[in-house]
Design a protein around this ligand. Sequence first.
Ligand SMILES: Cc1cc2nc3c(=O)[nH]c(=O)nc-3n(C[C@H](O)[C@H](O)[C@H](O)COP(=O)(O)O)c2cc1C
Length: 116
Amino acid sequence: MLTFVLKISTMDYINLLNKRYATKAMNGKVVPQEKIDDILEAIRLAPTSSGLQPFEVFVITDKEVKSKIKEIAWNQSQVTSCSHLLVFAAWDHYTEDRINHMFDLTNEIRGFKNKG
Ligand SMILES: Cc1cc2nc3c(=O)[nH]c(=O)nc-3n(C[C@H](O)[C@H](O)[C@H](O)COP(=O)(O)O)c2cc1C
């Protein structure tokens, strides 16, 4: 659950984006679980075409699993030096049933109904 209320101007937001950077070197600290939960919630709420969310996210903390992934990820050090590795697994096949299931789930959660 996101626990803050964003009260910033568009300019403040642009300024924040100007300071944003992609971290490639870690400081050895473990990212607190609350932050991971917030990131996962932000991913869950991200726009994905009517909430289709055609991917799954794996949160990997196991050292051995991270090492195996590193081997097939051009040996990039950040794969093992991070505390949590988030792997986005995109759907590899789309079927009518699968898409309908996601739309039905969204309707159920949001209390919507399909039109006619
Ligand atoms: C097609 C593509 C492939 C990427 N592959 C990697 C990668 O293998 N390792 C990595 O650390 N970042 C990878 N990135 C992330 C970029 O290096 C960069 O961190 C990210 O796009 C954020 O941009 P920034 O450099 O402006 O912060 C990739 C980005 C894109 C678009």
